[in-house]
Structure formats: structure tokens, C-alpha cells
Design a protein around this ligand. Sequence first.
Ligand SMILES: C[S@@+](CC[C@H](N)C(=O)[O-])C[C@H]1O[C@@H](n2cnc3c(N)ncnc32)[C@H](O)[C@@H]1O
Length: 276
Amino acid sequence: MASSETEAQVQAHYGSPQLYEVIFNALQAAGKDMNALTPRDLAPVDQFHSGGWRSTLALAQMAGISAQDEVLDVGGGIGGPARYIAAELGCKADVLDLSAEFCEAGEQLTALLNMSDKVRFKNGSALEIPYPDAHFDVVVTQHSTMNIPHKETLYSEIARVLKPGGRLAMHEFMAGATPDGMIFPVPWARSAEISDLRVPEHILDYLHSIGLKDIVWHDVTSDTLASFKNQMSEIAGAGPLGLQIVIPDIQLMIKNLFANLQAGRVRVILAVLKRE
Ligand SMILES: C[S@@+](CC[C@H](N)C(=O)[O-])C[C@H]1O[C@@H](n2cnc3c(N)ncnc32)[C@H](O)[C@@H]1O
């Protein structure tokens, strides 16, 4: 349930009715064997971030996720990254997302892949994570924090649910050196009202102040620009499967994001931090 006006607007931005049916029909139209679907089959439509399944796997491996780990994907969307990580690395993963429609579609897709014992969903806010203290070995955020104005609450909540020694693995858009003049729409917002990016140095300072130590902290803006070039041509040639079935104007959004990245308005950070 929305706890603020911003969260209600964010839910409206991501919401999409009949999402499961739309994806199911597209998988059928693409000729997939509906009785033997894998997370890779769904990857063209369930990975809402730059680099797709490759970025998900690279981030999980960077965080050293193993089969014994309990993982939480904050802002995990319809669960593509969680299913991918669970299938590849054998862990269990919980998905927390603000969009009820994403959680509902995510649960149905997870059942379709016979993975409901591995991946579970909770509809709720990252600003009030509905899990006890010190519960998870790894928390992942992938392109999930750009709508959230209260970054201090967000990261304090993440630190709270991490076990001591647990890791935060993040792949996030942050503010660039010249943030003014953002071109909209971008994938996370149609206007500035629900977009909130901070400069990486502020985020890192805050993470240090709450006892998270960086193991990896890379600016991957130039890699992201290269991956968007591939993603644009993949979307254009995707046939019935592709992010455009979930977000019809995704091509324009990526084009604008590309321009924002090139102009130094946005940067991309890939990081792993450890809770002391
Ligand atoms: C661009 S999508 C990324 C989804 C997923 N991480 C992925 O890579 O496929 C951003 C997601 O963040 C979620 N989100 C935004 N604000 C949130 C909040 N305050 N709490 C939980 N989820 C949130 C949105 O509902 C959306 O599913």
C-alpha cells in the first residue's frame, strides 16, 4: 500500500494491468516451450536494467552469492533478477517491490517456472522493509533507488536487515557532475517529480557512516552507454518478446537516458559493500 503521495505516483508509473497474460502470450508467440521455460527465456522481458541478465549475473558473482545465502532483491520488479540468481547460483531470493501489479505478475511467472520454493514476493516499500533485523546474507538493488527521495532511510533499512558480514550489491543510477536539464521520460520517471538522484560521493559517505564498507565501487557509466547501444538494437529486433511489451515507450526512454548519460547528468555505479 502507498505510504506517501510519491509512492502512489511511483506505483502508477510502473503499474501495468494483465502483465502476466501479456508476457505469457508473448512467450507463446515467440515459440517457447511453455512446459520447459527457463529464466533465460524470460530475460528479454523481466530484467528492467541495463545489461539484462548478464549484469544480474555479474553483480551476483561480484557479491559472492552462494547456494547457502538468503538474498533480498529490493525493488526487484517482476522478479527476473531474483529468478536468474536463484537458478544460476542455487540460493533463495525474496523480492520486495512497491508495485502490487509487478508482485502479482512476478508470483505467477515464478510459478510458471516451478520456482515458487526458491523465489518469494512481498509487496511493500524499501523505506519500511518488512523483514526482521539481521535477516539476509545479501541485499541487491538494481536500478531500484532512482524514485526514492529518502536515501538515508532506504540505506539504513537495508543495513538493518543485513546480517553482520552481509553484503549490499548495487547497480544504480546516480547524479552526474552536471545534473541539470535532465531529459524525460527516462525508464524510471516521466517527469522530475518522481526522480531523485544523488551524487555517488554522498551515497558512499552515508553508507560508511552506517557501517557499510565498500569492497567494490566502480563507475561503469561508459560500459552502460555501450550496453544501451546493444539493448536498443535488441529491443528493435526482439519480435514478440522485449521490454516494449511491458513499457511501450521504452525505446524513447532509453534514448533519453543515453543522452543524459552522455551529457554527464547521470552516472552508473556498480558496488559491493559489507556490513561490519
Ligand atoms: C527499473 S525497475 C527495476 C526492477 C528490477 N530491479 C530489475 O532490474 O528488473 C525499478 C523498480 O523499483 C521499484 N521501486 C521503486 N520505488 C520503490 C520503493 N520505495 N520500494 C520498493 N520498490 C520500489 C519499482 O516498483 C520497480 O519495480
